[in-house]
Design a protein around this ligand. Structure first.
Ligand code: ADP
Ligand code: ZN
Ligand code: ZN
Length: 728
């Protein structure tokens, strides 16, 4: 067997290329793609990943440096996953080495600095199974080890806890009486289900009949909250598990409540694990390796789980596929949903995209026949909620609440039901103003006001996290005539407490749910039933089931309706429909009250009268007319620097180069970002669009490499965002 002469290695560096290295000094077998290696890079040592091997004269010749050491005896990254990440790095214009580093759990990314947490299980080998209870009469530890393993496989940690030393394990392993478990968890058949699933409704059955399991197909499962989408996921997963394969379920950050996990665990008798940002590093690494070994059969995770190394993936499910949290908004800016579709396609397996409010992208793909739509309309329990638009023009308001809203809240509480009051702004007030000199509390690093948090007596910048004590006097004129402007959830909470002193008011937002179980506790309190008012941000809009909730009040639709972002109305429609979906899930039909100064806005009217599907169809027509996604392809180049000129100049240069290279691409900008200054840096955007994806991709590939070497780029932090979700 001839050994390679050099390797191509992905190294976490901002350069969009791979690097060549000579083999390590100890080179007795070829290093396979996906193996971690330690390499010299400049004056540093970095962890890289082997991508490919080559024979003959290496590019770069004699000057090439050598790999210092291989860190894995087998590739850490399975080949299909490696291919997926490299595809994504190319599609999202991200340096491949950084993309690979980004998808690894931190402990594994650190290479040898942190030893792998132990996930190996020891078991008796076939020889070991033949040992009788009388074996090792004079070696009690060895006898104990055999007895322990007869009960089932154990990790070394568990064995250590039982008093077995590493020495004893090594001895028996050397005698091939025990071995590391390599075989996968057996196929589940009879014992797979641990509860009896409900009989599918007619439309659920039709959807299930439409699913094909042995090839790629994307299904858009469109059904309101409560129409039984999760039940379809469970049924589909059952089929996949019966085929001996694994399932990957992606959920938005906030949807990953214990409720979801509990429902999957209740149904299946096989290992179900969760992967999300709340896990400790060791547990993350353990879960990651557990799905790679095939020990974990169902993985439920947030965005980053799209890159989890499931070895026998048989289906992918993306719940709430429209959710913004699937898009990574910094660094490696991938869309977990879009990647999941690509992954399913490469693996030739089905993918289910579920939502009550599908993204325009998915509706567009469905209309072009790329996705198959499965519609669910049979709502469990109550009928769909009734919408009412409350025009705020000239209406008397009491701390943001109209008479109609107060009335509806009073009636609902009197009937023993629950109310949700929604507003998408945390804190107490949106600003603190001096009545005497018009000083206003602003962030020193961003061009924005500091939000007043009365609970903690602080003023906080919601963009960079800057905080200071709540001012009691104006720092400019020493006056104490300070006024609070605007309202956030804290203020709404205290207003509602004043207005309804005998009703519990529960606030749910990022500030009120910081403690480890505080969200869970609040949700349990609400689910216990009885009159109560919930106040909260979009955290409340997602996935939760509140059986007693009957009325949802949206304090204001104005911000979203008037948003400069072209996706503003799409987001508004999704948010309102999701909030509305919280109302009337029990046996009572719900009511939704939307307050707005634009109560007669045609989009709001369509949403209220005809529902999300018709609303979305109208938006799709608008997008087609303007060439915006999903009708055309869009990308952003962002630049930020301590000097506005530097940031703007770099983008102007990028535009000049781009215009010369790609006449088919339309440019807009450089424009200042909506939040022009943030964290002490000035921010600019250049938007690039094209009716076809191809020319845009090609241009950006060339442009990215040019920008890497431009001297103007040195003082600037720049990034490329493909299919941007927010024009920030
Ligand atoms: P979604 O995911 O669309 O919100 P779920 O699957 O959670 O809907 O279903 C809503 C409720 O209806 C759940 O309590 C679920 O257990 C129940 N349910 C779903 N399908 C059926 C069915 N075929 N028969 C009886 N109950 C069902
Ligand atoms: Zn003042
Ligand atoms: Zn700030």
């Amino acid at each position: 067997m001839s050994l390679p002469d050099y390797y191509e290695v992905a190294v976490p560096s901002p350069l969009r290329r791979l690097f060549h290295y000579r083999p390590p000094a100890e080179h007795r077998y070829p290093l396979l793609p996906g193996t971690r290696v330690r390499v010299p890079f400049g004056s540093r040592k970095l962890m890289g990943i082997v991508i490919s091997a080559g024979c003959g004269e290496p590019p770069g010749g004699r000057t090439l440096r050598a790999i210092e050491a291989s860190l894995d005896s087998q590739p850490l990254l399975p080949e299909d996953l490696l291919g997926l990440v490299l595809w994504a790095a190319d599609y999202y214009q991200h340096p491949p080495g950084e993309a690979l580093a980004a998808i690894l759990p931190t402990l594994l990314r650190r290479g040898t600095a942190a030893p792998l947490p132990e996930i190996w299980h020891w078991q008796l080998s076939s020889r070991g199974l033949g040992l009788g209870p009388e074996a090792f009469p004079r070696a009690p530890r060895r006898r104990q080890l055999v007895a322990l393993l007869r009960d089932g496989p154990k990790t070394s940690a568990a064995l250590r806890d039982a008093g077995i030393s590493a020495e004893v394990i090594r001895t028996l392993a050397a005698q091939t009486l025990i071995e590391r478990r390599t075989q996968r968890t057996p196929c589940y058949t009879a014992s797979l289900l641990t509860e009896t699933p409900p009989r599918p409704h007619a439309d659920q059955q039709a959807a299930l009949d439409a699913l094909e399991f042995d090839r790629f197909h994307a299904y858009l499962l469109h059904g309101d909250t409560g129409t039984g989408k999760t039940e379809i996921y469970l049924r589909a997963i059952e089929q996949v598990l019966r085929r001996g394969r694994q399932a990957l379920v992606l959920v938005p950050e906030i949807g990953l409540t214990p409720q979801t996990l509990a429902r999957f665990r209740a149904r299946f008798g096989c290992p179900v694990a969760a992967l999300h940002s709340g896990l400790g590093e060791a547990e993350r690494a353990r879960t990651w390796l557990g799905v790679r070994e095939g020990d974990i059969r169902i993985l439920i995770g947030t965005r980053s789980a799209a890159f989890a190394p499931l070895r026998d993936l048989g289906i992918i499910i993306v719940d709430e596929e429209h959710d913004l949290s699937y898009k990574q908004q910094d660094g490696f800016r991938y869309s977990a949903r879009d990647l999941a579709v690509m992954r399913a396609q490469r693996a030739a397996i089905p993918i289910l995209l579920g939502s009550a409010t599908p993204s325009l992208e998915s509706l567009y793909n469905a209309s072009r026949g790329r996705y198959r739509t499965l519609r669910l309309t049979q709502r469990a329990g109550a009928a769909a909620p009734r919408w009412e638009l409350v025009d705020l023009r000239r209406a008397g308001l009491r701390d943001g609440l109209s008479a109609a809203a107060l009335d509806a809240i009073t009636t609902t509480l009197a009937a023993g039901r629950q109310v949700l009051v929604f507003l998408n702004r945390r804190g107490y007030a949106t600003a603190l103003l001096c009545h005497d000199c018009a000083w206003i509390g602003s962030c020193p690093h961003c061009e924005t006001r500091l939000t007043v948090h009365l609970g903690t007596a602080r003023m906080i910048c919601h963009h960079c996290g800057y905080r200071r004590a709540l001012a009691t006097h104006c720092p400019d004129c020493r006056s104490d005539h300070l006024q609070l402007l605007g309202q956030g959830t804290e203020k709404a909470e205290s207003t509602l407490r004043e207005l309804f002193p005998n009703t519990p008011v529960v606030r749910v937002d990022r500030d009120s749910t910081r403690g480890r179980h505080s969200l869970e506790r609040k949700l349990t309190q609400i689910q216990a039933g009885g009159p109560c008012i919930l106040v909260g941000t979009q955290m409340l809009a997602k996935g939760h089931h509140f059986p007693d909730l009957e009325l949802a009040v949206i304090l204001s639709a104005d911000d979203a309706l008037m948003s400069p972002d072209f996706r503003g109305s799409e987001r508004l429609g999704q948010l309102l429909t999701q909030v509305a979906g919280r109302a009337g899930r029990g046996t009572h039909p719900g009511r939704v009250l939307v307050q707005s100064h634009y109560g007669d806005h045609p989009l709001l009217q369509t949403l209220a009268d005809n529902g999300y599907a018709v609303f979305a169809a109208q938006l799709l027509l608008q997008r087609a007319a303007t060439g915006m996604p999903p009708s055309g392809a869009l990308a952003l180049i962002r630049a930020e620097a301590p000097s506005a000129t530097h940031a703007e100049t770099l983008l102007a240069t990028a535009r000049r180069i781009g215009e010369a290279l790609a006449p088919a691409v339309r440019f807009m900008g450089p424009l200042p970002a909506p939040l022009e200054k943030r964290g002490g840096r000035y921010r600019f955007l250049l938007s690039l669009s094209c009716s076809q994806r191809g020319p845009l991709h090609q241009l950006l590939s060339t442009l990215a490499v040019r920008l890497e070497t431009l001297p103007e780029a040195r003082p600037v932090r720049w990034s490329i965002d493909i299919d941007p979700q927010e024009m920030l």
